[in-house]
Design a protein around this ligand. Structure first.
Ligand code: SF4
Ligand code: MG
Length: 331
């Protein structure tokens, strides 16, 4: 396989203070996850807010250092590299964020926003940077005429185009897009998704696309990973995931996605209970407090994440061999 990114057993915790006199506790934001992203594909990470998908994006681009596990980029283990050693690699992995309002400096002209990464990563002259910025603005569907204006003069969708032009400026091979369309109107969302797909073809880009919304990722994804409370619970090709979701959490998420074709409509699965705190996650399978298929074993033993059919991995005791043979009675 032609992996651009390989993530192996990645974990990351943050310390959090519990109450004024509370002791420090640890929030295990990412819990021993493994996946790969092939060159030229879009791999999406999906899950509710707080499931660890943004932290994973920051670990992949090494904005954060992992506590355990490894990130391989284009055949090199980048997990332990110093910031200096990371600099030439970082040029190849750019991020696009959810909120273009927050990520773009309102006091900078658009041409300078777009060209800013070029100052860090290239030796281009100011004139060359201006020329490239104007070309990039056209590439993302704006015009060179916009270059002298300020970010606050643009709509949300236009600002996201500016953010994308900025990410593209240094010709990265990987773009990590963290909820890139979540702040936009639905009609604008599809325009930005289409733009991302066009750019992927044009530049051979690889995407790690992060979203809480399975209806947003359906059109752009080649493969999808589903996260719950810091753990990766299922990964599969897009079609396999939508047609044959194996994990009860994925099944519940998909049951709430609106589908235009009524014959594909599944009965809505309402999960009981609230999302547990990631500071004190449930023992065993982290999903067991809400799982409609929970068995005795699930409360004590964490399921192993493994391949059930080619390219389709899941972490769930329902697919343990002994349990599959007896239809669940083994517990
Ligand atoms: Fe549900 Fe058990 Fe599977 Fe967890 S391991 S998803 S609790 S059936
Ligand atoms: Mg997030």
């Amino acid at each position: 396989d032609n992996w651009l990114v390989e993530v192996k057993g990645l974990s990351k915790s943050f310390s959090v203070q519990k109450g004024l006199f509370g002791s420090n506790k640890y929030l295990r934001a990412v819990n021993d996850i493994s996946f790969g992203i092939r060159k030229g594909e879009t791999f999406s990470l999906v899950g509710e807010s707080g499931c660890g998908k943004s932290t994973t994006g920051r670990l992949v681009t090494r904005l954060l250092k992992p506590d355990e596990g490894e990130v391989w980029f284009d055949g090199h283990n980048i997990s332990g590299l110093s910031d200096n050693a990371m600099r030439p690699i970082r040029k190849n992995m750019q991020m696009v964020f959810q909120d273009p309002y927050a990520s773009l400096n309102p006091r900078m002209k658009v041409k300078d926003l777009v060209a800013e990464p070029l100052i860090i990563h290239t030796k281009l002259s100011p004139k060359e940077r201006d020329k490239l910025a104007a070309e990039l603005l056209e590439t993302v569907g704006l015009s060179a005429f916009h270059a002298e204006r300020y970010a606050h003069e643009f709509s949300g969708g236009q600002r996201q185009r500016i953010g994308i032009a900025r990410a593209l400026s240094v010709r990265p091979s990987l773009i990590v897009a963290d909820e890139p369309v979540s702040a936009l109107d639905v009609s604008i969302q599809s325009q930005v998704i289409n733009l991302l797909q066009d750019l992927q073809e044009q530049y051979g880009l690889t995407y790690l696309f992060i979203s809480h919304d399975l209806s947003v990722v359906e059109h752009i994804s080649d493969r999808i990973g589903v996260m719950y409370l810091g753990s990766l619970v299922e990964t599969a090709d897009k079609d396999a995931l939508y047609d044959r979701p194996l994990h009860p959490y994925t099944q519940a998420l998909l049951s709430s996605v609106p589908v235009p074709d009524p014959s594909r409509k599944k009965e809505r699965i309402i999960l009981k209970g609230d999302l547990p705190s990631p500071v004190d996650p449930p023992a065993g399978c982290r999903f067991h407090t809400r799982c409609p298929s929970c068995m005795d074993i699930c409360a004590t033993k964490a399921p192993v994440f493994r391949e059930i059919e080619a390219g389709h991995q899941v972490a769930c005791h329902l697919y343990d061999e002994a349990i599959m043979k007896t239809g669940g009675a083994a517990s």
